[in-house]
Each structure stands twice: as C-alpha cells, then as structure tokens.
Design a binder for this molecule. Structure first.
Ligand code: ADQ
Length: 455
C-alpha cells in the first residue's frame, strides 16, 4: 500500500502552540496512526532567504516544511487566500481585495508546493490536498504527468453560484478543481452549490471542463470520546476551578472563536446586549465569557475588526457593569484545549453564531463537553455547516440581534427535560460522526473514485 500524502498550507506545529494549527492534525490523527504518511506544507517561516524544505518525523508521518518569501506571503497567503477567497467564500464581498498580481503569486506558490510534492512522490501514493490555499495544486501536478489519485477537501463553505461568479478568476479556479478525483465539501449543500455553478447535475459523479470527477459532502467531526473525557477530567483542574470560583452562581454563557470576520463577533455582542436590555431580571446573574484570540493580525481589516470589538465590549460593560459584576469578559488570547473543555462544561449556553462557517468544531466540542446529567444549551447559527447535523441546537439567524437575545433567554429558561432531549440528540450525532469517521469515509470514497478523463 502506498503512503498517504497530506498537503496543507501549514504543517502541524512541533510544539503544541495554543489554538493555532492543531485542528487538522487532530482531525487526521486516526488515519495517520494507521499508515505511513508524508505531510507537506509551509512551516510558518517568512524570510528573504526562506527555509528550504526540511523534514522531521511525527510517529509514522514524515513532515516536510519550508518557508516563504515576504512577497510570496503577501500575494499567496495574506493576499489571494485570505483577502479574496476567505471573505468571498464566507459571503463578505465588501472585504474582498482582489489584485491580479496576487493571483499570479498564488499560482506560483502552488507551483512551489507542487515541486516539493513531486520530488517526494512515489507511484502508489494517494494525495490529499486541504483547503482554499491549494486549489490549483492538482492541475499543476497533472500537467507534469502525475497520475496518482488526488483528493481535495475544502474546510470553508462553497458559496452560492452567483457569489462565486463575482470572483474575476472563477472559471479558472473551478477548472483547477476538476483535476482532482474527488472534491469534498463540509456539507451536501456546499457540494450542491458547486454542482449548480458547474451546471453538471447533482453528483456524486460530475463532468465539467472535459473531465469527470466526484464531489460530495463529508462533514468533519472531532474525537468526541477523547474530548468528553478531557472535559470531565479537567472540570476540577486549575483553570476550571478558577473559572467556577470567579463565576460564582451566575449562569455562564461562552463563546470561543478565532478573531475572524466570519465568526459574527460584533453581531454576537450586539445579541448579548439585546438580551441584557430586554431581560433586566438577569442582570447580575449571568456571565458572558468570549475567548477570541487574534488571528491574521497582519491583515488590515482584521485590525479594524479588533478595534470594533474593543469598542463594543467596552461600551457594553460601561453601560451594564456594576461595582460587583462585569457582564462580558472579553479575552484576546488562546487557552489549552483542556481548559477550554472545562470551560464549555461549565457553560449553561454555548454561543456559536458565525455569519458563515464551513463546519464549526467549537459547536461539536461544546456538545461533547457537556455533563450528561445537566447539559447546557447550544445556540447555533443556521449558517454554520454544523447546523445541518445538530438538530437539537437552538438555531438563530446571526444577523438578527433580537433572535440571538431571544435564544439566550430561551436557553437559560429551558426546562430540564428539554435540555436533556436536545443535548442527547446532538451528542449521538457528534459521537457517531467523529474525525476518524470523516477521514476514513473521505479516503474510502477517494479510493473508489475513478477519476477518468472524459473522452
Ligand atoms: P476555524 O475557522 O478555525 O476552522 P473551528 O471549526 O471552530 O474554526 O475550529 C477551531 C478550533 O480551534 C477548535 O478546535 C477550537 O477549540 C480551537 N480554538 C478556537 N479558539 C480557540 C482558543 N481561543 N483557544 C484555543 N483553541 C481555540 C476551519 C473552518 C471551520 C471548520 C474547520 C475544520 O473555518 O468551519 O470547522 O476549519 O474543518
């Protein structure tokens, strides 16, 4: 059997830095434990004379990392990936800053990834390419004669066809995707939207740009049992105990997100303010903890978002705080997963209200962390991929501050039996569809995909 070759923008970090790129490594842990693998990606280094590829081992996986020049970083990472594809695929067209030169650099950096992959590729290896930074990779490899099976998985949403068409290079990018054997999305609905753009029927097998390939929805999960155990064990750990002590008998509401435009943080704070304005009886009895570590701090409009949130948090507390009560604790740093698990478990409400999200694993972690005998309530945006699976959550439109306010009030007042029934349904889903199930399911489908070039 050949190796699994994973290609992603970032390789896993050697030291477990909090809240950074650990996500994919956790999701792939199960398949990486079962076979020999190679993982190729950027190591985070940016320099005029960047690190050449170098390799280290993580159990059965060889990890090859390399650096980027400041020009590459600006055009490929900060530019086309995060100032065009990210906002566009999350329906934030006003934040898109398209420059033709950035798209050229995006393709050049993909060529560099392709060179590093090819130098190490064996004929029976299976390639699994992750996320929007690397859409052109298969096309480059195919042009160089690579015939290996190549799969792609998009971690962020695929937008409605008309939104995607607003990208000047939409056709070229869609054509690039046709060079994969399998293009996987987080939900069936994202796959439908891609098929709708292609005008190629519903899939799983589609024909476009003279090629035949497969598409499908593969909802990513977490290691549910491990997360549940971690939550239970760390509940009485130092961080959990300190949070419990400082919260007292106030009902805890929690939000945990990277500080990102897609997460709907201003709308969420507005929703909480709305709840306070309409529920004076809860003043002094509720505590909202929002953990939002800064991400992509080098991008100008992320700095603007941070300023906006600083202002909102300050105004909310200025308006409602008492000498012995601060309604919102707003924190710009990350915490170890263990601490987060303990925090989720204490929270009566998990607030997960992104404006758009591919999946949103915080929603699943919140469900996994609950105590079976006294679970909290998940308030979930209808525009997170997770909404398709988590039928027990209270669904909200994140653009509607009244709806967020209502859902917080409803969650806090929810009768015990209803809380149990809703949580049980969601826990069963999260327990059945773990990260391991996701990765194995995707790879089995890739294995079966024919990937024949249409005549
Ligand atoms: P993200 O946008 O990063 O991921 P999410 O799915 O919520 O969003 O995953 C974040 C992960 O980082 C979670 O495991 C969470 O616990 C952790 N994390 C978040 N804030 C943290 C903090 N303050 N401290 C420590 N850890 C923190 C992208 C897509 C999602 C998709 C995932 C996986 O945007 O839609 O679900 O990839 O495919």
């Amino acid at each position: 059997m050949g190796r699994l070759v994973v290609v992603s923008n970032r390789i896993p970090v050697a030291t477990a830095r909090v809240g950074a790129t650990g996500g994919l490594a956790v999701a792939l842990a199960d398949v990486l434990a079962r076979q020999d693998a190679l993982w190729i990606g950027w190591n985070g280094d940016v320099a005029e004379d960047p690190d050449p590829p170098s390799s280290r081992r993580m159990r059965r996986t060889e990890i090859v990392g390399f650096g980027l020049t400041p020009q590459m970083h600006a055009g490929f990472y900060a530019g086309f990936s995060n100032a065009v594809l990210w906002p566009l695929f999350h329906y934030r067209l006003g934040l898109v800053e398209y420059r033709r030169e950035d798209y050229a650099v995006y393709n050049e950096v993909n060529e560099r990834f392709a060179r590093i992959v090819r130098e190490r590729l064996a004929p029976d290896d299976t390639l699994w390419v992750h996320d929007y930074h690397l859409i052109p990779l298969a096309r480059i490899l195919r042009r160089q004669g690579v015939t290996n099976r190549i799969g792609f998985f998009l971690h962020i949403p695929w937008p409605a066809a008309e939104v995607f068409r607003s990208l000047p290079v939409h056709r070229d990018l869609a054509e690039a995707l046709a060079h994969y054997d399998l293009v996987g999305f987080q939900t069936a609905s994202h796959a439908h939207q891609f098929a709708d753009y292609l005008g190629s029927g519903e899939g799983p097998s589609v024909e476009a740009f003279g090629r035949r390939f497969e598409i499908g929805g593969f909802p990513i999960g977490i290691d549910t049992q491990q997360f549940a155990e971690m939550a239970s064990k760390s509940a009485s750990g130092e961080a959990g105990a300190r949070l419990a002590e400082s919260t007292g008998n106030r009902a805890l509401v929690i939000g945990v997100d990277r500080l990102d435009h897609s997460k709907g943080l201003p709308n969420r704070i507005a929703g909480f303010a709305n709840f306070l304005a309409r529920n004076p009886d809860w003043h002094g009895r509720v505590q909202y903890l929002q953990i939002a570590p800064v991400s992509r701090g080098e991008v100008a409009n992320y700095r603007a978002l941070r300023r906006e949130l600083d202002g909102m948090a300050g105004r909310l507390n200025g308006k409602y705080a008492e000498f012995d009560w601060t309604p919102l604790r707003y924190i710009n740093r990350g915490y170890p997963r263990k601490a987060l698990a303990a925090f989720y478990r204490q929270a009566r409400i998990g607030l997960v209200t992104p404006l758009r999200d591919g999946m949103n694993l915080v929603a699943k972690e919140y469900v996994a962390a609950q105590q079976a005998s006294d679970p909290g309530v998940l308030v979930l945006s209808e525009f997170a991929g997770a909404a398709a699976e988590l039928s027990g959550a209270l669904k909200v439109n994140p653009y509607d501050a009244d709806a967020i306010g209502d859902a917080i009030a409803q969650g806090l007042a929810m009768p015990f039996e209803e809380r149990i029934a809703r949580w049980k349904a969601d826990y069963a889903t999260v327990e059945a569809n773990t990260a391991g199930v996701w990765a194995r399911g995707y790879l089995a489908t890739l294995e079966a995909a024919r990937g024949l070039i249409a005549a």
